[in-house]
Structure formats: structure tokens, C-alpha cells
Design a protein around this ligand. Structure first.
Ligand code: TXA
Ligand code: MG
Length: 321
């Protein structure tokens, strides 16, 4: 392990304060962080990721009171969601105050904020003493990293430090929501499920409390994303599916009925548990990508709970640029 990777929170915090770029583990995926108020540092994050400037970043805070450094409008519904889900994998969009750099928000009048549920990440943000803008720590459009080694493989050498928080517990990115006085719209499915959101905000009869797939108000929700280098295809009915490819890898929640057709099989949860599946998802996809198969087949997940976030990821991974 290089000295650029470790668990030295004080060092990582100092680097962030000085305008450095530091990858760190969260409960969802690894983030690539910079001081949200230092535009040079934030610009480096975009450069390292090769991320288009139209795709805004999530700002990470260490405690609820830091929200006032970013917004002065917290609607009641947002307050409820924060009470229930922070710290945790829920990102909420707020109207931004002027101090938040346009580079962070891609010129939008809003800022995305979350408080991670990972002790080392929170200690890091506290040590930095400033809100941290952090996209996932992968090159733009590629597989998200769920352990320090994934970051080292993809971005090592280009960043100042990797704070090793171990494997990510949740394994998929945060759920991104936009709220107004009456409704919650989901811009990205993620670690907090629709069912969990509805427990807090209830349902209304005359319209949707939750808009399951919101309007395209999230610039980063590009059709192609989370992609392995190997071609990936989503197949509903494996029994009816035929291919001429000689080496095919399978990504599946549970073991397939006919395993003889696949050179490599990644089962995400033998018992069909979606929480376990999400935690294994990106690592399994990486192993398939490294297995030199001609094609990766992904079987859709049940459209409930974390299955929605996983289906979203495989759909986007299957779109070729
Ligand atoms: O779990 C996560 O959210 C991870 C960890 C590191 O916190 N971060 C993450 O960031 O997934 P990123 O950059 O890969 O995805 C952020 C998403 C993008 O789809 C972006 O377009 C959207 O959030 N977003 C950011 N700011 C927004 C805003 N002001 N309005 C709408 N969408 C926004
Ligand atoms: Mg990302």
C-alpha cells in the first residue's frame, strides 16, 4: 500500500483545508472530496474525473448546523427527511445561498447536500472544517468504487490521498430528492428506498407524494453511466435468451437455473437479499469486467426496495455511448 493511502484523518483533513483532493470512504461509495468553497480544488475534482462541468456535485457536511453555510431555506418536508435519514444515504436539494460557488452547482440555483453515515468520513469533514464537495471517486461514467483499492486502481497517482474507510456498507449511491412544500421527487434512486421515504412523508390521494422517477432536473442523470468496459446487456428472460458470443458472464441476484451457459457467474445474494446484493454490486461488476468475457448479462432485480437503485444502475450500464 502506498503512503498515499491509509487512515490518517488528520493528514487527510489538512490536505483538504489546503486545497487538496482526497478520496474517502462513505457508507454508499467512495467520494472524491475537495473544499466546497475552494474553486481551484473543486476544479481539480472535475479534471481528475474528466467530469463535464454541467454535472453538479453533492456537498457533504459533518453536522446538521452546517446546512446554514449552504442554504437558508429548509422546507418542512426536508426537515422531516433530515430528521429521519441523516446521517445516511439521502441527498436533499436546497436553494443555495450566494456563497456556494457556481462551479459546485453547475450554475444551478440549488445545492445538493448530504451527511454521510460513516465515522471516518464525518471525522474527515470535521477535521477539514468545511463542507466537502464530493462526486463518486471514479472516472466519469465508469463503475463506482466501493473500496479503497478500486479508487487506487482508477485514480491513484492523480489525487493527494485515499482515506481508507473499508468496504462500503450500502454499496450504491445516495438517493437524491428534490422537495417543495407538497411533494418529494426522486431524482436518483439509491440507498434510501421509496418505501422508507413513504414511511416518513406518507401518501396523498390527489397526486404523488413520491414521484418515482422524477423529471430530468438532475443534470447528472445521463442515460449512460456506471458502465463496465465490457458490453453489458439486461436480459429479462434468461431461458428464452440466445447468443453467439462464446464467453458470457452473468450478474444475477440469485443462482441461475442453467449455469452451464456462462463462463463466469456473479451471484449477489444467494438468499435474494437486496441489501446484501447492493453491497456486493459494484465489486461483482468489476470482477466480471476483469474476467475477459465478451459480454456481461445482467438479470433485472425485483422492482422494490434497493432493487430500484440496482435496476437503475444496470439499465444505465447497458447503454453504450
Ligand atoms: O452516495 C453518494 O451520493 C456519493 C457519495 C460520495 O456521497 N456521491 C455521488 O456523487 O454519487 P455523484 O457526483 O456521482 O452524483 C451526484 C448526483 C448527480 O446525478 C448530480 O447530477 C446530482 O447528484 N446533483 C448534484 N447537485 C444537484 C442539484 N443541485 N440539482 C439536481 N441534481 C444534482
Ligand atoms: Mg457518480
Amino acid at each position: 500500500m502506498s503512503s498515499l493511502q491509509g487512515s490518517d484523518v488528520a493528514r487527510a483533513g489538512r490536505l483538504l483545508r489546503e486545497g487538496g483532493v482526497v478520496a474517502f470512504g462513505t457508507e454508499t461509495v467512495y467520494g472524491l472530496g475537495a473544499d466546497a468553497f475552494n474553486t481551484n480544488a473543486v476544479a481539480r475534482v472535475f479534471d481528475v474525473k474528466n467530469r463535464p462541468k454541467f454535472d453538479p456535485l453533492i456537498v457533504h457536511i459533518a453536522e446538521r448546523s452546517w446546512l446554514s453555510r449552504l442554504t437558508n431555506e429548509v422546507p418542512d418536508i426536508a426537515e422531516k427527511l433530515i430528521d429521519r435519514f441523516w446521517p445516511g444515504p439521502l441527498t436533499v436539494i436546497f436553494p443555495k445561498i450566494r456563497a456556494v460557488p457556481d462551479l459546485v452547482t453547475s450554475g444551478l440555483p440549488t445545492v445538493a447536500v448530504r451527511m454521510p453515515d460513516h465515522p471516518l468520513a464525518v471525522q474527515l469533514i470535521e477535521a477539514a472544517g468545511t463542507p466537502i464537495a464530493a462526486p463518486s471517486a471514479n472516472p466519469f461514467g465508469r463503475l463506482s468504487p466501493t473500496c479503497a483499492e478500486h479508487v487506487a486502481e482508477q485514480l491513484g497517482g492523480q489525487i493527494d490521498y485515499i482515506l481508507d474507510g473499508g468496504p462500503c456498507r450500502v454499496g450504491v449511491e445516495s438517493t437524491v430528492v428534490q422537495v417543495d412544500d407538497h411533494r418529494v421527487g426522486i431524482l436518483r434512486h439509491g440507498g434510501i428506498t421509496v418505501e422508507q421515504l413513504e414511511e416518513v412523508i406518507g401518501r396523498v390521494v390527489d397526486g404523488q407524494t413520491v414521484v418515482a422517477s422524477g423529471p430530468a432536473e438532475s443534470p447528472g442523470m445521463l442515460p449512460q453511466h456506471y458502465a463496465p468496459s465490457t458490453r453489458l446487456k439486461v436480459v429479462d428472460d434468461l431461458a428464452a435468451w440466445a447468443t453467439s458470443e462464446s464467453k458470457v458472464g452473468l450478474l444475477s441476484l440469485q443462482p441461475p437455473e442453467d449455469s452451464t451457459r456462462f463462463a463466469v457467474i456473479e451471484v449477489l445474494s444467494p438468499s435474494g437479499n437486496l441489501v446484501e446484493a447492493a453491497a456486493n454490486f459494484f465489486s461483482a461488476l468489476r470482477r466480471l469486467d476483469a474476467a475477459a468475457v465478451d459480454l456481461i448479462i445482467a438479470k433485472p432485480f425485483p422492482e422494490a426496495g434497493l432493487g430500484r437503485a440496482l435496476n437503475d444502475r444496470i439499465q444505465r450500464a447497458s447503454v453504450r455511448a
